[in-house]
Design a protein around this ligand. Structure first.
Ligand SMILES: [Zn+2]
Length: 135
């Protein structure tokens, strides 16, 4: 890795493919651009008094902490934030306002993302299995 790439990876992490098994199970995850590492998860963590958050979404890019397990619930949660970004150009401001008013956990957009992810994971248990199977 060259000096420029190294500096960039410190700032904005490195691109990483989504786990193929998860994209097969949840094709909508393909809308996410995934990066690991970089400053965004750490800066978000500082605001919450932590070393880092598991992941933070900025527009269509999910910045995941390097040591986090990329499971369906986490990525679907972040996908909900991608949808929120796509829904309104004012979303970053609205999100910050919600966080100031209610804090991180009770932030309306966080609550909606949690509900979306848990519901989608629950619904997927009733999906017919894809591919393979018996003949
Ligand atoms: Zn969230």
């Amino acid at each position: 890795m060259g000096v420029v790439e190294q500096a960039l990876s410190v700032l904005v992490g490195r691109p990483q493919p989504l786990p193929p098994a998860l994209v097969e199970r949840f094709p909508e995850l393909a809308a996410i651009r995934l990066r690991t590492g970089g400053l965004p998860p750490r800066v978000a963590g500082w605001f919450l008094g932590r070393r880092s958050v598991s992941a933070i979404t900025l527009w269509d890019t999910v910045f995941a902490a390097p040591d986090v397990a990329l499971d369906a619930e986490l990525l679907l949660h972040e996908l909900a934030h991608v949808h929120q970004f796509q829904g309104s150009t004012a979303f970053p401001i609205l999100y910050l306002w919600e966080s100031l008013r209610r804090g991180y956990h009770d932030n309306l957009y966080e609550a909606r993302a949690r509900t979306f992810a848990s519901q989608r994971v629950r619904d997927s248990r009733f999906d017919p299995p894809r591919g393979g199977g018996e003949v």
